[in-house]
Design a protein around this ligand. Structure first.
Ligand code: TXA
Ligand code: MG
Length: 344
């Protein structure tokens, strides 16, 4: 099947909304990452997402809506949800809420809850509004990568991943935020942070006026929260700065081709060095593109400097640190040949 990376103008949006209404998939940009969308109201259309991604059917999808008005048709809507939606929608925040009987159970992976998010990207918004005019109630969309892989932040990443199976792809350029949405579970009495993401936990706590809890064993399983997820094929090691330099030298001495991605660039010859910089937003924006580029370049090992995990700046880095840890865990699992346990 030919791949069609349309520029997302009005006629492209109309064509994409018609695809959704006809039960077909559309890949589209959001401010976080590209999504692989289907009409959430159609069981068959949503089944197509699971097939194409290779995602287990018990992993719930995020349903994308135009705003609180649409969200309330499918979820119980407590006061805290309204406050968070007022503060952060449209934007990179997903709310997990108790679902109403009329909600699309097939998008919710067997949970009695539903994940809802109103994205802010102009192309995503235009698509959701056009689909709403055709009678659509929401668009179920995971990140548009194969299960377990690094999320796509450019249209070309979607095509690299899905190849000839790619549906219509709306090309809206590179994603602004670059890491997935923050997920807050409001379905169990107290707000729980299920996934750090585009909005820092501290900002959410300011609006809530109470601390976000961390997930316990009763928390729903989220595929983006598996230890080994967001993993490139190349083995990744996450190291503090001094250890990183020693490790580069040791691996190079064994004749391995090493890429090192660090905050400052020491510029030593025994590895290919990339500079990460010290701006967490900028790093988030480049994260997946850099991982994909270095992964394709044929290195034996990818060494990444561990960003700050404590102190004042830690909150800003939480999403990036989380994704880097999972990339490294995926590579470690690979080395133990047990990647299958966490999916690819
Ligand atoms: O930024 C994002 O959130 C992107 C863009 C496309 O919106 N989407 C995204 O979707 O990252 P996905 O499917 O790759 O990750 C969604 C996460 C998964 O970890 C899933 O388990 C969790 O959200 N999730 C969805 N519904 C849930 C529910 N009812 N309960 C618990 N977790 C849920
Ligand atoms: Mg994903």
């Amino acid at each position: 099947m030919t791949v069609d990376p349309l520029p997302a103008d009005a006629s492209a949006i109309a064509a994409a909304a018609a695809e959704l209404a006809a039960g077909r998939l559309v890949a589209f940009p959001t401010e976080t990452v590209y999504g692989l969308g289907a009409d959430a109201g159609s069981r068959e259309a949503v089944a197509g997402i699971y097939r194409l991604k290779g995602r287990p059917v018990d992993h719930p999808l995020i349903v994308h809506v135009t705003g609180a008005r649409q969200a309330r048709r499918w979820a119980q809507w407590p006061d805290l949800a309204q406050r968070l939606a007022d503060a952060f929608w449209p934007g990179p925040l997903t709310l997990i809420l108790k679902r109403l009987p009329e909600a699309p159970a097939w998008a919710c992976g067997g949970q009695d809850t539903i994940g809802l998010r109103a994205p802010s990207h102009p192309v995503a918004r235009a698509l959701l509004l056009a689909f709403e005019r055709l009678g659509g109630l929401g668009v179920a969309a995971p990140s548009a990568n194969r299960f377990g892989r690094v999320s796509p932040t450019r249209a070309s990443h979607v095509i690299d991943d899905l190849g000839g199976d790619a549906p219509l792809v709306l090309d809206g350029g590179a994603c602004e935020v670059g890491v997935e949405s923050t997920i807050v579970d409001l379905s169990r009495g107290m707000p729980v942070l299920l996934r750090p993401g585009g909005i820092a936990g501290g900002q959410i706590e300011e609006v809530l006026g109470e601390p976000l809890r961390m997930p316990d064993s009763a928390a729903p399983r989220a595929s983006g929260t598996l230890a080994a997820h967001y993993a490139p094929d190349t083995s990744v090691e996450l190291l503090a700065a001094p250890a990183l330099i020693e490790r580069v030298a040791a691996l190079a001495a064994r004749g391995l081709r090493v890429a090192a991605w660090s905050r400052e660039r020491p510029g030593r010859g025994e590895a290919h060095w990339e500079q990460m910089g010290s701006d967490s937003d900028r790093l988030a924006r480049q994260l997946y593109d850099t991982l994909r580029r270095l992964d394709r370049a044929g290195f034996d090992r990818l060494l990444i400097e561990r960003p700050p995990e404590s102190g004042d700046a830690a909150g800003d880095w939480a999403a990036v640190v989380d994704r880097l840890r999972r990339a490294a865990a995926g590579a470690a699992a690979d080395e133990r040949e047990c990647r299958g346990a966490s999916g690819t």
